[in-house]
Each structure stands twice: as structure tokens, then as C-alpha cells.
Design a protein around this ligand. Structure first.
Ligand code: SF4
Ligand code: SF4
Ligand code: SF4
Ligand code: FES
Length: 294
């Protein structure tokens, strides 16, 4: 039986087990959110999705709040706006605003909310993350300075891909998302499936093969089935100037629900390779190569 409650005076229906945020989104009510990802367990770290519940003790993260019958939820008020703006301000205090050259420009959740909340710069100037970028593999680049500690990549790797290649390490300001023993990704259990890259809401984890070729916001999108094995994974191709710039898992894909393996994610460059055969060819008895048309 459905759960009935209200958000900002509007009646909302939820299914048992759904959170207030999930019910809000299903009912067409937008609540700011950064660490939430529909395919992953709520992490409740960013605090952008806070709401107030009548009779409650104070603002609470709606992404981890189970919907209950009769709740009266406020998702939008001057107080919530200020609290969310402060949370964003604190995130930006350890985030270089490198949008000019960032691969995520135009498709960045942090940028979207900074714009919506009118935050041009932080009010909290202090120490910032100094870990160098991880660039020692040909496929994935990790820019620690851009990481907002949303936990999406860790959840993707641990509960969706079930590979446990990365996790939070160290504590407090020194917290770092990395592999066991902090070894380079190429020497770890990482299979380079790209799942962490696809869920990262900012420019921290990016597809190195696509760097400076065309941002997600600048490319045409095509949904195709992966040409490798028979699983039938659905891929979104980003295309620019008739070239595949990058491939990403399609969350709508019934066989893969957004997740790919390394072949589907990073192995499609052959499609535009100059050595690729574009016509059928046949080698006849004397070894001569005969073209047989398209
Ligand atoms: S991650 Fe987002 S906000 Fe940060 S530099 Fe890149 S586009 Fe700008
Ligand atoms: S590429 Fe895949 S296996 Fe490697 S860290 Fe990311 S999600 Fe885990
Ligand atoms: S790398 Fe991206 S997905 Fe992972 S915690 Fe940082 S911002 Fe979130
Ligand atoms: S989206 Fe709920 S705390 Fe981040």
C-alpha cells in the first residue's frame, strides 16, 4: 500500500522503502542533491538535500529519510536555502573553480548548484587539498583537488560493480579516495570498468582518452548496444564531428542498468581507426586481395 504524505503542502505518494527524496523526485518536486545517485545506497554526505519535517528536531537529509504516512515535509524555505548555500560554500572552499578547462563544465552538479545559489567564490579561505592527480594509467584520471567526497565512486565500485577496488582512506581533511595501500589504480584490483567515472558528479574522475576532445555537454548522444560480448549492454556514445569521443553506461539499459566493463567503456576507439576495414575483402587462390563492396 502506498504511503501518503505532503511536501510543501502538495500530496506525495511513496512506495514502502522509498525515501522522501525519491518520492519527491517521482512526484516532480526537485530538491538539491549532490551525493545522491538513484542506483546507489544513500551516502547522505553533502547535506544539500536537507528538508524539515513538522515535529522533527531539525533539518534532515531527505535522501536517507524513509517516507512515512502523514509526514509534513518542507523542502523549500529561506532557512533551508541558507543552510544549503553554506554547505555548498564549504564544499567550494576546497575546490578550485577550474571550469574553463574542466571536462565536466556544463555537466557538473556542483557548477549547476553554485550557479543556482549565486555562489561565485567561497567565504571560507583556508587549507586546500594538495594530493597530486593520479595520471599513471591510460584510461582514468583522478583529480583529487576537484573531488567533493560525495562517495558515489566508492559505492559504485563496492556495491554496483562489486569490485572493492577503491574506498575512503585516512581521516578528516586528509581523507583520500584511493586503492588499498594507495597503490596506483593500474596495480590494484581496478578493472577499469569506468563505473566510478560515470557516477562522479564533478570533474574529479574523468575518461582520460576523451580529454580535450569534447565535453559531455558539447557532444551529440547516441544509444547503442555494445558490440563485444552477448550481454547486450547499452552504451551512450558522446559524438563530435562524426567521431566517438567517449562511451558511458546507459542507466536505461535493461541488461546493464548503466554499468559496463572495460571493453564497452574504453574499447570502442577501433570504430574510427584508420586501419579498420570499411569494405568486405576476399583473398582469392593466388593470394590477391579482392574488394567485394560495402
Ligand atoms: S568540477 Fe565542476 S565546478 Fe569544479 S571546475 Fe569542474 S566544472 Fe567547475
Ligand atoms: S574503474 Fe571500475 S573497478 Fe576501477 S575503481 Fe572504478 S568502479 Fe572500481
Ligand atoms: S571522485 Fe568523484 S565520485 Fe568519487 S568521491 Fe570524489 S567527487 Fe565523488
Ligand atoms: S543528496 Fe542527500 S546528503 Fe547528499
Amino acid at each position: 500500500m502506498s504511503i501518503r504524505f505532503t511536501i510543501d503542502g502538495k500530496e506525495v505518494l511513496a512506495q514502502p522503502g522509498q525515501t522522501v527524496l525519491q518520492a519527491a523526485l517521482a512526484g516532480g518536486i526537485q530538491i538539491p542533491r549532490l551525493c545522491y545517485h538513484p542506483a546507489l545506497t544513500p551516502f547522505a554526505g553533502c547535506r544539500l538535500c536537507i528538508v524539515e519535517v513538522k515535529g522533527g528536531k531539525g533539518p534532515i537529509a531527505s535522501c536517507a529519510l524513509p517516507a512515512r504516512d502523514g509526514m509534513e515535509v518542507t523542502s523549500n524555505s529561506p532557512k533551508l536555502f541558507e543552510l544549503r548555500k553554506t554547505a555548498l560554500d564549504l564544499i567550494i572552499s576546497d575546490h578550485p573553480l577550474n571550469c574553463l578547462t574542466c571536462e565536466k563544465n556544463g555537466d557538473c552538479v556542483l557548477q549547476k548548484y553554485a550557479y543556482e545559489f549565486g555562489l561565485e567564490k567561497t567565504s571560507y579561505v583556508g587549507e586546500t587539498t594538495a594530493y597530486p592527480n593520479e595520471t599513471g594509467n591510460p584510461l582514468i584520471e583522478m583529480n583529487y583537488k576537484l573531488c567533493v567526497m560525495c562517495g558515489r565512486c566508492v559505492l559504485a565500485c563496492n556495491e554496483a560493480v562489486v569490485n572493492q577496488a577503491i574506498d575512503f582512506t585516512r581521516r578528516g581533511f586528509a581523507t583520500k579516495i584511493t586503492t588499498p595501500l594507495d597503490v596506483p589504480r593500474k596495480d590494484s584490483d581496478c578493472t577499469f570498468c569506468g563505473g566510478c567515472v560515470d557516477v562522479c558528479p564533478v570533474g574529479a574522475l574523468t575518461d582520460k582518452t576523451a580529454r580535450f576532445k569534447g565535453r559531455i555537454s558539447e557532444t551529440a548522444k547516441r544509444s547503442v548496444i555494445c558490440p563485444y560480448c552477448g550481454c547486450g549492454c547499452s552504451i551512450i556514445l558522446d559524438i563530435k564531428d562524426n567521431q566517438i569521443i567517449r562511451s558511458r553506461g546507459n542507466p536505461e539499459g535493461p541488461a546493464n542498468h548503466g554499468w559496463l566493463c572495460v571493453k564497452g567503456h574504453f574499447g570502442l576507439e577501433y570504430v574510427g581507426h584508420p586501419d579498420r576495414l570499411t569494405k568486405c575483402e576476399l583473398r582469392i587462390g593466388n593470394g590477391e586481395l579482392v574488394e567485394r563492396g560495402d
